[in-house]
Design a protein around this ligand. Structure first.
Ligand SMILES: [Zn+2]
Length: 178
């Protein structure tokens, strides 16, 4: 049986192993070694080191998987977020909030009230007759209704946005934990 001369990769002690062997236990340090044969060299590698490397590698693969899952969740949220945003009068999208929808509704409603009161005063004092008496105050009433409707609809959008954002954050932290 042909013997190969090797050196323990762990402690440096010389080893003699059969050329067919794949593993050897070092008689000096009791390290369990794998025998690696390449075209140009034969060397030993401590199995504990191999196990550690394998574990490191699998951890890195786990990290990569987690990262790509997080990326997918983030991308999906970007798209969903865009669809839940409201557009202001300058065409810019912004996040709907309960506060701003209430404020906008209140402003339009106040404007509608002032308009209605002024329209009633003017049309009754100027002695105008017929349609004008009803039409101008009616504009004010429309404003008020529009203000209330708009406020409720934006409020609902704000709630929807908040729910979606909560879902996104939850999914993200779940992905991080796994
Ligand atoms: Zn050894």
């Amino acid at each position: 049986m042909e013997l190969e001369r090797l050196v323990c990769n762990s402690c440096g002690a010389p080893l003699e192993v059969p050329s067919s062997a794949k593993f050897v236990t070092c008689s000096h340090c009791s390290g369990v070694l794998q025998i690696r044969r390449t075209e140009s060299a034969i060397y030993t590698e401590l199995l504990a080191d191999i196990a550690e490397k394998t574990e490191e590698l699998s951890e890195r693969i786990d990290d990569l998987a987690t990262n790509s899952e997080l990326n997918a969740i983030d991308n999906q949220w970007q798209i969903e977020r865009e669809s839940l945003m409201v557009h202001n009068k300058h065409g810019k999208s912004q996040i709907p909030t309960r506060g701003s929808s209430m404020a906008a509704g209140i402003i339009v409603t106040i404007f509608g009230c002032i308009w209605t009161v002024m329209a009633i005063n003017i049309t009754s004092s100027s002695g105008s007759v017929g349609a004008a008496k009803g039409v101008f105050p009616a504009f004010g009433i429309l404003f008020i209704l529009f203000g209330i409707y708009n406020s409720i609809s934006n409020f609902k959008k704000a709630e929807k946005y908040e729910r979606a954002e909560r879902r996104y954050r939850q999914r993200r932290s779940e992905a991080k934990r796994s």
